[in-house]
Design a protein. Structure first.
Length: 584
């Protein structure tokens, strides 16, 4: 644009509504603006444009720029310098994130520049702005200080000035050391402040003990070091209602003060991974009441479980979550009269101890849900040797049912409504069905189950299997073979795509097997079926032969047989060699 820009400086050429896009070299155009009367209206200067020249000409000319949007990452060094020395007006400018505002902030302190409704985005270095606030009468309304801002300077000026900050949201990971210090020595009011996670509250907690600072409705988020707050609770009359102590809080101090004081803590929720050693110890030695406490996963319950055995502590509606070391609790169950109702034992729980005590105790366990990958070896062994009743147990996928299946064959154990999910090794269950009178209703065999054993026992037993759905890719070789040699009835079976129908089709030709409403899906190898149609009196009604089926055999057998086929849809592009032979 060198030539065009040169002619603009020497002529009265008018260029309206021109859009100069990003990264354009505006050096020449901006130079001619300062030396000519060229008018440029509604020009949009896009991101990353070198505005050095334009900003220089603004200082030395009366050039007007309305409604210009300065996009992010623009080097505003020159523009900010000229603002301090001129009467340039900038309305409704949006300064986007990561802008170096050092120059603009300096000129604010020394000029009467007005900046309304400016949004200072995240990670802006506000060091300069915060310094000028303390020394000037600059007003900042509705400013949102975003996360990770270094508020050291702002917090210092609050203590030494009358600066008002209403409705400021201090976001996470802010170093509040300075703010907390000024609260103790000033009359600064902080309403409705949300202190986010990982805040070092050491200073704030210390000032609470020595001042009359009121803090209502504060939420102390996770990983807060409450050591200081807990210490001041024991030595002061500080009231803390409806405080939620979140995860990983070191409650050592709070728990110690509970045992030695009259502190009341109602509706406190102790979240995951809390070291409850101290709390559990004080429960056994005090009259502390704890209602509706939820102990979350991975809690070391060793102390609580020990105190249950030796005290009259009542624990109602406690939910013991996953991976809890239940060794101690299970041991005390066998030796005490502890009642536990409605307990949910979540996944991967070591049930070895509980299962052992079930066999030797009269413990009742109702509505227990044993989740996936649980080692049921111990439970299954005790079922065979005890009168334990297990109702409504859901055995989830990939459970080692070897032990359970073995005890079924040798016991009178009843299992109702059990769902055996996919990829379960049914070898043992299927074997025990042949030798036992075990009844299994409404069992769903999911895909890829090795049905070899079940299919073999069907042929040699009187086992009844109703409403069984054999899913895709099941090896039907054994089932199809036993159909030809037995009186097995199979109703409403859906054979899914890509099933090897070789065996079924062979047995159709040699047996009186009835197959009604069977849907043969796409890409099935129909070679065998089509061959047996020509040599048998097999009736196939309402069969839909889908695309890409090898219909060569069917078409050939039609020409040479009296086979009757009704409502068969012959797809396009099928070789009708048989029709040509009949015509000839």
């Amino acid at each position: 644009m060198n030539v065009e820009l040169e002619c603009r400086a020497s002529s009265t050429f008018e260029n309206k509504h021109t859009t100069l896009y990003a990264n354009a070299e505006l050096n020449v155009e901006l130079e001619c603006r300062a030396s000519s009367t060229f008018e440029n209206k509604h020009t949009t200067l896009y991101a990353n444009a070198e505005l050095n020249v334009e900003l220089e000409c603004r200082v030395s000319s009366s050039f007007k720029n309305y409604c210009t949007a300065l996009y992010p990452n623009v080097e505003l060094n020159v523009g900010l310098e000229c603002r301090a020395s001129s009467s340039f007006k900038n309305y409704c400018t949006t300064l986007s994130p990561n802008v170096e505002l050092n120059v603009e902030l300096e000129c604010r302190a020394s000029s009467s520049f007005k900046n309304y409704c400016t949004k200072l985005s995240s990670n802006v270095e506000l060091n300069v702005e915060l310094e000028c606030r303390a020394s000037s009468s600059f007003k900042n309304y509705c400013t949102t200080l975003s996360p990770n801002v270094e508020l050291n300077v702002e917090l210092e000026c609050r203590a030494s000035s009358s600066f008002k900050n209403c409705c400021t949201k201090l976001s996470p990971n802010v170093e509040l050391n300075v703010e907390l210090e000024c609260r103790a020595i000033s009359s600064f009011k902080n309403y409705c402040t949300t202190l986010y996670p990982n805040v070092e509250l050491n200073v704030e907690l210390e000032c609470r003990t020595s001042s009359s600072f009121k803090k209502n409705c504060s939420t102390l988020s996770p990983n807060v070091e409450i050591n200081v707050e807990l210490e001041c609770r024991a030595s002061s009359t500080f009231e803390n209602k409806h405080t939620t102590l979140y995860a990983n809080a070191k409650l050592n101090v709070e728990l110690e003060c509970r045992a030695s004081s009259t502190f009341e803590n109602k509706h406190t929720t102790l979240f995951a991974n809390a070291e409850l050693n101290v709390e559990l110890e004080c429960r056994a030695s005090s009259t502390f009441k704890n209602y509706c406490t939820t102990l979350y996963p991975n809690v070391t319950l060793n102390v609580e479980l020990e105190c249950r055995t030796s005290s009259t502590f009542k624990n109602k509606h406690t939910t013991l979550f996953a991976n809890a070391e239940l060794n101690v609790e299970l041991k005390c169950r066998a030796s005490s009269t502890f009642k536990k109702k409605c307990t949910t034992l979540s996944p991967n729980v070591e049930l070895n101890v509980e299962l052992e005590c079930r066999a030797s105790a009269s413990f009742k366990n109702y509505c227990t849900t044993l989740y996936p990958n649980v080692e049921l070896n111990v439970e299954l062994e005790c079922r065979a040797s005890s009168s334990f009743k297990n109702y409504c147990t859901t055995l989830y996928p990939n459970v080692e049912l070897n032990v359970e299946l073995e005890c079924r064959a040798s016991s009178s154990f009843k299992n109702y409504c059990t769902t055996l999910s996919l990829n379960v090794e049914l070898n043992i269950e299927l074997e025990c069905r042949v030798s036992a009178s075990f009844k299994k209703y409404c069992t769903t065999f999911s895909p890829n189950v090795e049905l070899n054993v079940e299919l073999e026992c069907r042929a040699s037993s009187t086992f009844e299997n109703k409403h069984t759905t054999l899913f895709a890719n099941a090896e039907l070789n054994v089932e199809l073979e036993c159909r030809a040699s037995s009186t097995f009835k199979k109703f409403c079976t859906t054979l899914y795509p890509n099933v090897e129908l070789n065996v079924e089709l062979e047995c159709r030709a040699s047996s009186t097997f009835e197959n009604k409403h069977t849907t043969l899906y796409a890409n099935a190898e129909l070679n065998v079926e089509l061959e047996c149609r020509a040599s048998s009196t097999f009736e196939n009604k309402h069969t839909t032969l889908f695309a890409n089926a090898e219909l060569n055999v069917e078409l050939e057998c039609r020409a040479s047989s009296t086979f009757g086929t009704l409502n068969v849809e012959l797809m396009s592009n099928v070789e009708r060699r048989a029709n040509f032979k009949l015509a000839s």
